[in-house]
Design a protein around this ligand. Structure first.
Ligand code: 13P
Ligand code: SF4
Length: 336
């Protein structure tokens, strides 16, 4: 780590989750970040839910599967993960020898929080004849208790890769699990977790929006609840939604996921109209409060001073890596 000779720097990383020091307003953050990337052989991996400025300086933007695959393949010395904690942790699990940085350590995930490993272990122990498939949105502790990790873009294929009579526990997202049960005809046991962002889309508001935009295609993420998914023309991961919008003949889309994805949708299909679906509150669109903790300023500081860094106990890392490797192996087999 580069020495930080600034008063309470270390203390404020612990308390606030990021390095809270003043940045000269006259510097060009975009140019400085590009310079730091070259100097340090660093790569910036960003999720589609990051703010547009961060997406614009990233070397790779993707969904959870794409980001894990990119993290597994990179030869950069430093991985700067512009996403949430479980994503950066996954990159570290795959790259013990590399430095993995997260601009704000408090960028967590409500879905990951909904599955505390100690509670889940009790549940798992009651069903010893079940295989555990766990959505990547979980802690390293949960991954260590799992047989196979999946993401929203490979969950169906991973479930279908197992014999039809194999008993399965699916955690932590009950909505994705129910959707995969419906698609595959399986009866997986579901952990009762959910994403706070996707749970608050409103069936009623979406119905009203559809009436106002009768030609719009409704595209939704499978973390949404079943009554919302029932209104969708297409259901997929963030990459799946982006590709569908690019390839569709339609000109108008109602997008039922976190609003960060609209930046790439608008960039790749400038002539099309993307309408964010409203949540069931007074807001017009739906942001993930964790994803949006990262800012361009925090990204710059984290690259300059190489903090906050993801650190992990080696025994936990090894146990958490096995089910991720299994996921990458199955995904490669199916060309995902
Ligand atoms: P994907 O990008 O894999 O679809 O996941 C969405 C999400 O909620 C990430 O936190
Ligand atoms: Fe977690 Fe939901 Fe935010 Fe994704 S959108 S990081 S699942 S809280």
């Amino acid at each position: 780590m580069v020495d930080i000779n600034i008063g309470n720097a270390k203390k404020n990383i612990t308390e606030k989750g990021f390095l809270d020091i003043e940045i000269d307003v006259n510097i060009d953050l975009f140019a400085e970040i590009e310079k730091l990337k070259k100097e340090k052989n660093a790569i910036i991996l960003a999720h589609y839910y990051q703010e547009p400025d961060i997406q614009d300086v990233a070397d790779y933007i993707g969904d959870s599967l794409g980001l894990a695959q990119k993290a597994a393949a990179t030869n950069a010395d430093i991985i700067v993960f512009a996403g949430v904690h479980f994503m950066a942790e996954t990159a570290k699990i795959l790259n013990p020898g590399k430095k993995v940085l997260l601009p704000d350590l408090k960028a967590g995930c409500s879905l990951s929080d909904s599955a505390p490993p100690a509670l889940f272990k009790q549940f798992k122990d009651k069903h010893p004849d079940h295989i555990v498939i766990t959505y990547i949105n979980c802690s390293a502790g949960m991954k260590a208790l799992s047989d196979i990790i999946c993401t929203s873009s490979n969950a169906q294929k991973i479930v279908e890769s197992l014999p039809a009579d194999q008993k399965i526990i699916f955690a932590p997202d009950r909505n994705l699990g129910a959707y995969i049960n419906k698609k595959t005809g399986r009866n997986m046991l579901l952990w009762n977790g959910a994403c706070m962002v996707h749970e608050i889309f409103s069936q009623e508001k979406l119905t009203k929006l559809k009436i106002r935009h009768p030609h719009a295609k409704v595209i939704a993420h499978p973390e949404c609840e079943a009554p919302v998914l029932a209104l969708a023309d297409f259901i997929g991961s963030t990459t799946g939604l982006l590709k569908y919008a690019q390839n569709s003949d339609a000109n108008e889309f109602i997008v039922v996921t976190e609003t960060g994805i609209l930046h790439q949708m608008q960039k790749s299909s400038p002539g099309k109209t993307f309408i964010p679906a409203p949540p069931n509150n007074s807001c017009a669109c739906n942001d993930c409060p964790y994803m949006k903790l990262n800012t361009l300023e925090k990204l710059y500081l984290c690259m300059k001073y190489e903090v906050p860094e993801i650190v992990m106990e080696e025994s936990l890392r090894i146990a958490a890596k096995k089910p991720i490797d299994k996921m990458l192996e199955i995904s490669a087999k199916y060309g995902l």
